[in-house]
Design a protein around this ligand. Structure first.
Ligand SMILES: Nc1ncnc2c1ncn2[C@@H]1O[C@H](COP(=O)(O)OP(=O)(O)OP(=O)(O)O)[C@@H](O)[C@H]1O
Ligand SMILES: [Mg+2]
Length: 159
């Protein structure tokens, strides 16, 4: 586990950019946190770090937005709207095995469809009212690949 403090959106995106440089095909990142905690903001930094110069917005009509112009494909899934139905029979594994990087906002709504190994990033807002831009990023790895990724990121963040 790795905990990182962020004092604003730029800092959250800077962490995401450093992570992006370490990503490999079929990597999976789960983003957890309340509404407005910064999941999409983080994804924007990740996209920039993958050299995708396209404005990343949350998928509105679709569940998934795909970006193919960067170092690796980026599949941005926001599955909030699957709260009631779940994600069975939607072919989501095509993204997870699709040779790109998959980022999932609200992964708890597709818990049954998720691969066993991933990097989870929880964005926690500060309790203090005058601390609008403070976030705590708590990163947890499941599986060897993601343990390695996390330790590589820890080194990169110290550089
Ligand atoms: N340290 C920070 N890290 C990330 N975002 C921050 C930070 N401080 C302030 N913000 C702001 O918080 C908001 C986060 O919005 P964002 O859409 O990224 O949240 P989200 O977690 O994706 O929400 P949703 O669950 O609705 O999809 C943005 O307006 C961003 O500028
Ligand atoms: Mg979002």
């Amino acid at each position: 586990m790795l905990t990182i403090r962020s004092t604003g959106p730029d800092q959250t995106q800077s962490v995401a950019k450093k992570l992006a440089a370490l990503l490999q095909p079929n990597d999976l990142i789960l983003l957890i946190g309340d509404l407005g905690s910064g999941k999409t903001t983080f994804t924007q930094g990740l996209a920039a770090g993958l050299q995708i110069d396209h404005h990343v917005k949350s998928p509105t009509f679709n569940i998934v937005n795909e970006y193919h112009q960067g170092r690796l494909p980026l599949f941005h899934l926001d599955v909030y709207r699957l709260e009631k139905t779940g994600g069975a029979d939607m072919g989501l594994e095509e993204y997870f095995n699709g040779g790109g990087v998959s980022v999932v906002e609200w992964p708890k709504f597709i818990a049954h469809e998720l691969p066993a190994e991933f990097l989870q990033i929880e964005l926690q807002k500060s309790e203090a009212i005058n601390d609008d831009e403070q976030r705590k990023l708590v990163l947890t790895a499941k599986g060897d690949r993601y343990q390695q990724l996390l330790s590589d990121l820890a080194i990169k963040l110290k550089e």
